[in-house]
Each structure stands twice: as structure tokens, then as C-alpha cells.
Design a protein around this ligand. Sequence first.
Ligand code: KDG
Ligand code: MG
Length: 402
Amino acid sequence: MSKIERAEVFVASPGRSFVTLRLTTSDGVTGLGDATLNGRELAVASYLREHVVPLLIGRDPARIEDIWQYLYRGAYWRRGPVTMTAIAAVDTALWDIKGKVAGLPVYQLLGGRSRDGVLVYSHASGADVPELLDDVARFRELGYQAIRAQAAVPGVGGTYGVRKGVVYEPAATALPEEQPWSTESYLDFAPAYLEAVRERFGFDFHLLHDVHHRLTPIEAARFGKRVEDCRLFWMEDPTPAENQEAFRLIRQHTTTPVAVGENLSSIWDVQQLITEQLIDYVRTTVVHAGGITHLRRIFDLAALYQVRTGSHGATDLSPVTMAAAVHVDLAVPNFGIQEYMPHVAETMEVFSSGVRFENGMLHPSEEPGLGVGYDEKAAQRFPYEPRYLPVARRLDGSVHDW
Ligand code: KDG
Ligand code: MG
């Protein structure tokens, strides 16, 4: 029997911070898992190094489900982003190994293709409306069939989702940047720029918008109703999701589709949202929701309630997660869309990936496993640099949801 012989945890910042797990079997087969939790990287690295690696050595890498159950139930302390990201890294690496051993790309192990390619959306943004419109034009020219639009709210300075450099990277400072927020200004301004995008570019592409947890349920209801004629593919995270019942109020007022889940980590965290059909898209991801094994379980539950998938895919999800996501997206029957932000050149000096973008779709590598590589020597050129996500404050100085 093959055994897990080695488990290494790498923490590096090639363009941004990533935590990567590499498992090696007694047959010399390696598997990679992403363990990155933006702004809390070392918590997961330590959870893995101190509490998970000792449990893995000597186990049969073929027993993916059993190892998942052992790490989840065996910890006694369940769920939560740190635990579920650590379990995800192990699970993803084991699927990579299983694919390599079988000589098959991971999507084949998940039942094979349900579609020819994976529809993706990318991020257009601007410091003002003309800049946003130019950016949407750029993404249209690049072939994207779905585009998320965000613009800086006047009087609030930089806002969530608005690029400062080449790539949008919110975790940019050694301590959290404090960003001002005004719900009133946002509610006045955001519908107008979404309308401007539709007026200029029409309706033959999907338009998305991320509210990023900033509104109360009734404000979100008003926003969704106001933008109905823009026919959004979705409004994302209209209100924080701790109280899932809150989404019923949004539902009572608007037909704008709702997407939730990027910061939720287990099937229990999305159960009510799904089974009571309070959302249209579930955005949980491989890396933060327990890996391929658990994500598949969430997506299967969602399928029963006509909820489709729309996994998180910002640049804080490493190329390992992006590759794993594309394998899952290709296979599940209820796929909706995949978020996609290409990584910067430094990141790709460390990771290699066979994922390919063509005509607004992603395609996986046909190599056995996930089709990703990690160059540990190259990673040494990019030592870990801690970076925090920003914190939002209302104009009166009180803390708001970022
Ligand atoms: O780490 C947090 C980011 O990934 C998140 O803020 C990005 O909301 C986001 C999105 O939809 O990509
Ligand atoms: Mg989001």
C-alpha cells in the first residue's frame, strides 16, 4: 500500500501571499493543495504544521473521504475558515495524487465533462464612470462574456473592487487600511453606473455586481429592485450572511438574482440559504470550504433546489485552487459561472498551471491530476510579507462590514 510519506507547508509572497501544501507518497507521487486564507495565512500554516501533518504521515492517500472525515470529525472542533481551509488543502492534494495515480485529469474522476468549457467573469472597475466604461470595453475586447462592474463611490475615496494598479489586490498594507463608507452615497451612485454600462454596451453579455456585505436587508432589497432593468446576472453578498433569514426579506422585494458564499466554509453555513431558496448562486470555493470533496457535497445539495454554482476566484485563491475549481466546474451539472482574475507574473514564476482562457471560458489541463506545479526554489525568492484586508468605517467613525 502506498503511504503519505511527507507533508510540506510553504508560505511565500510571490506578488501576494500564498500557503501551499505538498504531499508526497511512498511511491514518489506528489499532490498540491492551496491553504491560503487572506490576511490570516499563518493561522492555517500553523494548524497544518502543528496539528494535521502529524496525523497524515503513514495514511493511505487513496482514502480521500476517510481522511476528510477523520480530520473533520476527529478534531472535535468543527467548521470555521481556518479548519476548513486546512482540510481543503489536504483534500485537494489527495485528489491531485489520485488523478496522477489513475493517469486521469481530476474532472474525469468527478464524472467527466458536463460542458465544453467553464464560463468566467472578470472585474472591470474605475475611479469614475468613464474609467469604468473604458475598462468594460477592454474586457469585452479580451473576449469576456461576463463582467463584474464596480466604481469608486464619490466622496468615499477608493471603494471595494476598484483597482489601483494593474490588478485589484485589497490586501495591500502591513496593517489594515481603514476605508470610509457611506451607504447613502453608494445607493445613489451604484445603480446609475450599472445603467450606464447597459446603455453603452447593451445586453449581450452578463453583468455582475458585488455589494460586498455593505447593506442591511431592506437597503439590499431597495438596491435589487432599483437595478432590475439592468438584468444583473447577480448581486453578490448584498448583506452579511450570518443571519440567513435576512435574505427572505430581500427575496420578497426583488427578482435580481442573489449570490452568496465566498467567506462561508461548510455545507451547514449555506444550508438554509439553499434549502429555503434564498439565493440563486452559491459561491463557496475549493480552498475555503473543505476541498473538492466537501464542495461537491454543497453543490449537490444546491442542485436539488435549483441553486447554481459561482465559485469565488479572486487572486488570493492560488493557481492550485483555480485549477481545482475548473475541474469541479466542468463536471457538476448545476454549474453557473466561475470568477476569474488572472494572477500576476511573480505568482506564475512559482506556480505553473495548464488552465487555459479562450473566448470567455476556462479549460483545464488534460494532464493527470490537477495539472499544476509549485517551484519551491523560485518561492524562496519571495519571502512571506504579511498583508491585511482593509477595514471599513462609516463617516461617523463606526466600524462597518468591509
Ligand atoms: O480575500 C477577500 C477577497 O477575495 C474578496 O474581497 C474578493 O469579494 C471578493 C470577490 O468577489 O472576489
Ligand atoms: Mg465578493
